[in-house]
Structures are given as structure tokens and as C-alpha cells.
Design a protein around this ligand. Sequence first.
Ligand SMILES: [Zn+2]
Length: 493
Amino acid sequence: MRTDYSRSVRLGGLAAGVDESTLRERMEGSQVHLTADGHLPAVAETLEVLVADLRRWPVRLSLDPGRGPGRLDDALVRKLAETAAGIDPDRPLRIGEVLGEGPLRLHVGTEPLPDVAVAGAPDGHGTRLRHAGHPFPRLNAPGTGLGAVLTAAMLAGEAFKVVAGLPEGKFQVTPVVDFCPVLPGEQPGTAIAPPPALERVLLGGGGAIGTGVALILDLLRVSGKLTVVDREVFEKPNVTSYSTGTLADASALLPKVRLIAARLRRIKVIPFHGTIQDSIEAVDTGTLPWPRTVLGGLDSIDARHDLQRLQADLTLDGSTGGPVGTTVALHEALPTGPCLRCYYRANHTEKSAEQRLHELTGLPLARIARGQEPLTEKDLECLGDQQRELVQQFLGRPVCGLINSAELSGGTDDAFRPSAAFVAQQAACLVVGAWIARSTGLVNGPMRRIEYDTRFGPRPDQMTDYWTPTPGCTCQKDPGLISHVRETRRTIS
Ligand SMILES: [Zn+2]
């Protein structure tokens, strides 16, 4: 079983404006070299996430444990090598001094050598990044698991600009980054409130963002109970775009909820293998506890509307998207509005997948409806030359397979969506940061939408909007019904 780099390479290709094979060659020709200060708080957590994120690209990767008092201990180095091998056994993490010309050098710590391009260190729940020539200030607080994941994800983001070869104007190098996802306007290390234990919290979606949320909760050493809802199994392409899971997990086709439960060592997980709609029904029959806080990592508008129908006290929705899949966002939602329907309007004008396939291939809708029947020469007879050429390559395959084909779906199907762990992790940091802020009273007041493009980095002064309910939204038209539903669920559970 070989590692499938298709999704991370797709995102890189889109961002760099080159085809996927060019991007893959570019990455295979790149080398990233890591060093770290073994004394830095949360260095092990930061390196664990950073090594995994970089291993999710087909680059050459090496780590120098260093020497003297700040040397990384052997057990940690072994663990990092195992982490890399779990993602791609054919591309081991090379341990030792750097070989060859011109690798990109990254450092975890505040005192990098002069040849290091970018260094980063967690400061409390936040991060500080410095490009060469820009010294670090004194850190305010020991790094936490949230600070560690954010530092790793943003260092990987800096590496991405170089190894993907993003063209001028499509990214920005910010030599000094100070960012805290708990208090986005404040200096990192100011917010140091430990997260509370999870109680009546539900994680909706165990994909790229959901596994990122799980990774952060685990590294933050959060305890308590968490319901996790997802209907899919963990597959090979997920290994290079999710935050947890190995090639071995993918061959076992584990349900994603099981994968997350295995990762959360201090949390009692209630795995729910089904849709959000199924979980709502389970809440209403009393078989699943009604969540008061919902953390969302979903990828469709419909699923988000379902998530809102859980009518929790607070819903924190994470998303990735934008023109090339590098934009991250948080939406904070209330049952009284703004709700997730206020943020995400339903798009009723969108064409069905069958309709799009019909327009693209010329195959009659009635034929597309017989999805399981393989395409034959006879199906080509009614098509024009160009359409025949397109469909010919799929002879022998069932029609329904074409709906999910990258060439035909225009990249709208999840299986072909660009995705990278370092992007999804930054969305997950916004979600967990907001959860800490709201559950400890650090942030009160209006619901926020926070959004930035990871190619340009967070801009604390211009990435937050405060939202009010949308007039005419269900949350405004049926407040009585919503409060009745909430009251009923409160009595059931
Ligand atoms: Zn609404």
C-alpha cells in the first residue's frame, strides 16, 4: 500500500497555479530540515504535529536532534520517526545533520541559528513566528497543546509557500507573526485559562477539521465526555489530509468516529457512526445526550443546517475553503440567531450532480438514472464527437462512478476536494480557541465570524466581523418553535 498524496498535491497545484504532476515533482525535489530547542515547553507536541504535517507532502524531510543541553531526547526522536513512518513508510524521516544543498530550514524554539528561514514557538494558547533576522521577545507563558498545534500548522504553512513554489502575489511573507486563537486581538501568552472538562459537547464531522479538533483537545489534555458524529470510514487519501490516522488505519477502513476515539486518551468518547440528522433523531429519542455546545467540522451547507437543528446553546463551526482551499473560518452561532442558516444561505439554484453530468457528457438523464449499469459502446451512439471522446475513456464503468470523477465533477465532490492538514488545523485552532474563550468567559458579547487565508496569515485587526441575525431566517421566524424544541430536549436528557 503506497501513500496517496493526491489531496495535498491538489491543493498545492491550485495554490501554485500549476498542474498536479508539476507540483508533485517540485515537492519531491524539495528538502525541509528541522531543528528544535529541547527545553522549550510543548516542544514535543509541536514537533509531533510539524513532522506529520510535512510528511503529508512528498518532500525530503530531515531532523537534527542537536547537541548539548537543548538536544532532543532519543525517545522523542524515535517517536517522531515512527509518526513519519505511519504516514509514509517509504519516505522515512532522516535523522542527523543536513545533507545536500539548500534545504529549507525550520526551527522550533526562540533562538534559531542564522541559517534558519523561519522559527516558531508556542506562547500560551497562541504562537509566535519569526523569519530570519527578527528576534523573539521573551515568551509570556509556557506553550499549551493549542499553541503547539497552531505553531506547527503555521510553520508548515510557511514551508508550503516555498516547497509549493507559490507565485508572486499569491502569498505574503510576514516576517513577524504573533497570534492567539483564544483572544485574536491580544498578544499570545496573555490568555492562559486552562480549558474546562468537556460536558455535553458534540463534535460534528470527523474529517480534516474534526481530526484537527481532536488532536488539539488531546494535546491540551482535556478530559470529560465528547459525542463524535460522522458517517464515513477512514480511507487512504485521508492519511495525507487529516490530522490523525496512519496508512495502517486506512487499510483497516476504520470508521472515522473510532479513529478519533482512539486518539482521545483522556476523554470518554461517545462515537456515533451516522449522519447529523441521525444524531438529532437519537437525541429526540433519548439515546444520545443533547449537546449544549457543538463544535463543527463539516463540509456542506446542508450538513451545517442540520447541525444548527441540534439547537445547542452555542455552535462553533469551522470551515476551510476559498479560491484554492487555503482560507479558514470560524462561525459562532446561537439558536436565537445568528444561526448557521444566517451565515450559510441555502443555494436552491445549484444544479444536481446528475444534471451537471448530463450537460457535460450529453448522456440522457434517464440513462444516468440507471447508475449501476456499466457504460457500453451503445451509450456512445447518441453523443457528439467531443462528448464521445470524453465518455469513451469510462467504458465499462458504471455511470454513477462518473458523477464522482474528478475530470467530470469539476472538483466539487469531496473525494477530489483539495485539502491539507496544516490548513484544517488552523480552522480547528479557531474553533477550539473560541470554545476556550466562550466557556471560560474570556469572550462574551456578539457572535463572531473570523476568517483569514493561510497564504497571507491571520490579520488580527481585520479578520473579525460581528454578526446579527438575518431578517427572515428560520431563527427569526420561528423563535417559539425553537425554544419549544430546546425545552423538550432539556427534559428528555
Ligand atoms: Zn438564522
